[in-house]
Design a protein around this ligand. Structure first.
Ligand code: TXA
Ligand code: MG
Length: 319
């Protein structure tokens, strides 16, 4: 199968209606999308990714009316978040309606929904007028794609099209917030900070390691490069203790680095968390292709999107 990288939205809408899985851009990461009504295509997403079937998919919509069809009940605070942050990097886990296929929800009685903030994909969602289930467009446990060429490298020959949307502006996955009987819980850190969410609806719970797995995708090993990665609080100190000649460094903003850092990527010279998040996965993809012995990544302050970046780096460290 030939994989085209295209800007033709009508063509992509037709492919989706013709039972195909295609890649779509979002502001967070690229996704592998299929119609939520198409069992065959939904199953194909899991095969393409090598993803366990007990790991549910996020549904992408362009209007609040679509949300009303997908859920039985929208709590007041969920609506407040949707109004404040959609379109944007926030997924809400809500009680699902019968419209949502159990392949999408992986047998759970909830569904994760978001409205992506990307003009091309919003246009596609309107044109197809079907909610689209889309996980990140990477093989299971690998680094998420933030450029169309990342998707091409992973899935060329396996999907008919990648809808071109340029580099993803947020660069890390959506934040997932679950609305459960026992409270509102942050299930995955992501492109919208916990602080922003709490500024609208007040304090929320954080899913801990002991929390019953409400987001089955929260595997500890995730977002992993092939190259070994370690997290460091003090890059110059860490580098001193290493004698390997091929070291890659991902620094937040540090510039007083010893020469032993062969390949250095600074995420944000101005210490801007948004900029750092946007560049994070590209940096991992890039360094992973260099054949390095090790990647040393700098831990960020645990605030705003710094906490999201640390979460991803911790998971990348566990390979
Ligand atoms: O930014 C994003 O969210 C990207 C783009 C493409 O929209 N999508 C994405 O999907 O990151 P994925 O499949 O890679 O991660 C989805 C996460 C998984 O950890 C999954 O377990 C969780 O969402 N999830 C989905 N439905 C859920 C549900 N009903 N309850 C709890 N967690 C859910
Ligand atoms: Mg993913």
């Amino acid at each position: 199968m030939e994989t085209v990288i295209t800007t033709d939205i009508n063509y992509c809408a037709d492919l989706l209606k013709g039972h195909e899985v295609i890649a779509i851009p979002t502001e967070t990461v690229y996704g592998l999308a299929a119609s939520i009504y198409d069992e065959r295509a939904l199953k194909h997403i899991f095969t393409l990714k090598g993803r366990p079937s007990n790991n549910p998919l996020i549904v992408h919509i362009y209007s609040i009316d679509q949300l009303k069809e997908l859920t039985n009940h929208i709590p007041e605070k969920a609506l407040a978040l949707a109004k404040a942050f959609w379109p944007g990097p926030l997924s809400l886990v809500l009680p699902k309606s019968d419209v949502v296929n159990s392949i999408v929800s992986a047998g759970l009685d909830t569904v994760a929904v978001r409205m992506p903030n990307h003009p091309v994909t919003l246009e596609l969602l309107k044109t197809a007028d079907i909610p689209l289930a889309a996980p990140s467009a990477n093989p299971f446990t690998r680094i998420s794609p933030t450029h169309s060429h990342h998707v091409y490298d992973y899935f060329k020959g396996q999907i008919p099209a990648i809808l071109e949307g340029g580099p993803c502006q947020v660069g890390v996955e959506s934040t997932i917030v679950g609305f459960f009987d026992d409270g509102i819980t942050l299930l995955r850190r992501g492109g919208l900070s916990r602080e922003s969410i709490e500024s609208v609806i007040g304090p929320i719970k954080i899913a801990g390691k002991t929390t019953k797995i409400q987001a089955p995708g929260m595997h500890l090993k995730h977002y992993a490069p092939h190259t070994k990665l370690i997290l460091s609080n003090d890059i110059p100190e860490t580098l001193k203790s290493m004698d390997s000649p091929h070291i890659g460094v991902i620094a937040f903003s540090t510039d007083n680095l010893p020469k032993s850092a062969q390949t250095l990527i600074i995420l944000s010279k101005s210490k801007d968390y948004e900029e750092a998040a946007q560049k994070l996965y590209s940096a991992l993809h890039e360094l992973d292709e260099e054949g390095l012995d090790i990647i040393v990544a700098e831990r960020l302050p645990d605030e705003g999107l710094g906490a999201t970046i640390n979460d991803r780096l911790e998971r990348a460290q566990r390979s």
